[in-house]
Design a protein around this ligand. Structure first.
Ligand code: ADP
Length: 236
């Protein structure tokens, strides 16, 4: 985050033009992509009705790739904004429980399509935290999307939270493929992916920056083949 802050002071007029152009381009591409996704989803519904299994599989392939392109575009523009210091941080007092439920609800269709379970385990009461609502949602969504993505069908994902005297700690756990010990530091670097993959490799770099913006930390415990536990703290 230190780098991001330093960069903020060094933005030139030319950078601003570049960011504006980048945003407009991403917006344009995402609009077209949304039309492709919606059409392909309608086509998939129709093919399912007529039990055209081969065509259905190909269409599902189009949908999956279009979604991953969409995710990449979102991550690229977010990362560009963060690197350029082009963001506004407006923390407010937030109850964490409804935020967790709203994000898990967003993820539910993805989890359901992989027959995974998604449990939320919270203590009876949690103190409010000072956070930027949209960024907090983004942090949770990134961690939960990864938990589902790197966990096979039928796997288990759990979100939980606990409080110590200085901070609120939120945990996103899965029983998926896990991350080898020697790769655990590297995954927070932009573009690093353990096995290559469809994503952008930017999700955790963005997550780390956003958590640090709140004055918190992000860390993990994982054993390859046995799942991952990602934690982040928010100071109280
Ligand atoms: P992306 O998900 O787009 O690849 P991320 O920055 O979110 O990028 O994650 C970087 C890499 O960290 C992933 O490619 C994957 O190898 C690994 N990773 C992240 N979350 C998990 C997880 N829950 N289980 C296993 N591996 C993970």
């Amino acid at each position: 985050m230190q780098n991001l802050k330093q960069n903020t002071d060094q933005i030139t007029e030319q950078d601003e033009k570049r960011i504006g152009f980048g945003d407009a381009t991403v917006h344009e591409l995402k609009t077209l992509l949304t039309a492709i996704i919606v059409s392909a989803e309608l086509l998939a519904d129709e093919l399912q009705m007529y039990q055209k299994s081969m065509s259905l599989r190909l269409t599902q392939n189009i949908i999956r790739n279009a979604h991953s392109l969409d995710e990449k575009l979102t991550n690229f523009s977010e990362m560009a904004g963060l690197l350029a210091g082009d963001f506004s941080f407006q923390p407010e007092q937030i109850e964490i429980e409804p935020v967790i439920h709203s994000v898990t609800a967003q993820l539910y269709p993805i989890v359901q399509s992989k027959k995974q379970s998604l449990a939320v385990e919270l203590p009876p009461s949690l103190p409010p935290v000072k956070a930027h609502r949209q960024y907090l949602e983004q942090i949770l969504l990134n961690l939960l999307t990864n938990a589902s993505k790197f966990t096979p069908e039928g796997g288990k994902i759990t979100v939980s939270a606990s409080q110590n005297d200085k901070s609120l700690v939120i945990e996103v756990a899965d029983n998926g493929m896990g991350i080898p010990a020697d790769k655990q530091e590297l995954i927070f670097q932009p573009y690093y992916q353990v096995n290559g993959g469809r994503g952008s490799g930017l999700g955790l770099a963005i997550t780390k920056s956003l958590v640090e913006l709140h004055g918190g930390k992000v860390w993990l415990k994982s054993v390859a083949g046995q799942g991952s536990h990602f934690f982040f703290s928010l100071p109280l």
